[in-house]
Design a protein around this ligand. Structure first.
Ligand SMILES: [Zn+2]
Length: 308
């Protein structure tokens, strides 16, 4: 019995594509290889972009591929849209520590459009508003909320990317945790949830590497134990773009017509360095010989001949 607890944390904003599967497979293998527990949490914070139908579809797609989980999935309490009370409690903890301030910048109104993006933040002038100015602004429209980060260097060792360091004030800046309309920010929700669910290992795309120091700081501020992190390479289209949900030719609908589960796993196993060729393989076989040392660090270009 191993105490590793990993997770799938998909956002149900559309059908999964090859890049999502690549991260999901590595998360699954890393946990299954050591006999740990896998949690599936649905990250449906944004009610406009996320639909329950997509969540059910992506669970069915994972099962088709043989990527099973032990907790969560269809259980309502594992859906972020049902976890607002926990985010509110964390928000109050941060506020009680004097770490939260209202922000009236227009940019914050669009907080969750790019939850993994680099919200401009260090230039936010709202940190210096007086109580009177806050009251004047708030009379016109409701604020969003930011946390005040210290000028401090945060370092951690990533299991895939190696050592990583960021100065919070310089490289990240005060970042949003709640939007004016009450929507919770990804950065807060992911830390609260991984903490509450006892997650010990996070495997995700390396686009989130730069978010990790601010999340580690949130773990500390909230008194939670952080997991270990593995930020895996992204899959890129031949023109260098990141594969995305709009690349419909690589979404699960198309992939399931073109491949058997074993053939698709074979392709993913080759891309992730787990075997020389794309020969068909089962998820269980891969778990039996999984190794992190073979996983590439750099992003991977998915060319047409790879898909043949
Ligand atoms: Zn502001």
């Amino acid at each position: 019995m191993d105490f590793t607890r990993g997770r799938f944390a998909p956002s149900p904003s559309g059908r999964m594509h090859l890049g999502n599967l690549f991260s999901a497979l590595l998360a699954w293998l890393s946990v299954r290889a050591v006999g740990g527990t896998l949690v599936l949490r649905v990250e449906d914070l944004d009610p406009v972009r996320c639909q329950p139908a997509h969540a059910w579809q992506l669970m069915e797609d994972l099962e088709w591929l043989g990527l099973t989980w032990d907790e969560g999935g269809g259980v309502p309490s594992y859906w972020q849209s049902n976890r607002g009370a926990r985010y509110a409690a964390a928000f109050e903890t941060l506020r009680a520590k004097g770490l939260v301030y209202p922000c009236f910048c227009t940019r914050l109104q669009r907080l969750n459009e790019a939850p993994h993006g680099h919200e401009i933040s260090s230039a936010c002038p709202c940190a210096a508003l007086t109580d009177q100015e806050v009251a004047e602004h708030a009379a016109r429209r409701p604020p969003g909320w930011r946390v005040r980060v210290p000028s401090r260097s945060i370092s951690f060792f990533d299991g895939c990317q190696g050592a990583y360091t960021q100065d919070l004030a310089r490289d990240c800046g005060d970042f949003p945790i709640r939007r004016w309309d009450g929507a919770w920010a990804y950065q807060l929700a992911v830390v609260v949830d991984d903490g509450a669910m006892g997650i010990t290992q996070v495997v995700r795309g390396r686009d989130l590497l730069s978010s990790t120091p601010r999340q580690l700081w949130l773990y500390e501020a909230l008194g939670l134990t952080p997991p270990e992190f593995y930020h895996v390479p992204l899959l890129l289209a031949p023109d260098g773009r990141r594969l995305a949900k709009r690349d419909a030719d690589l979404d699960m609908g198309v992939l399931r017509r073109r491949y058997t589960p074993e053939a698709l796993l074979g392709l993913l196993a080759k891309l992730s360095g787990q075997q020389e060729t794309a020969a068909p393989v089962s998820a269980a076989e891969l778990a039996g010989r999984f190794t992190w040392t073979a996983v590439p660090r750099e992003d991977i270009v998915v060319t047409q001949d790879l898909l043949a």
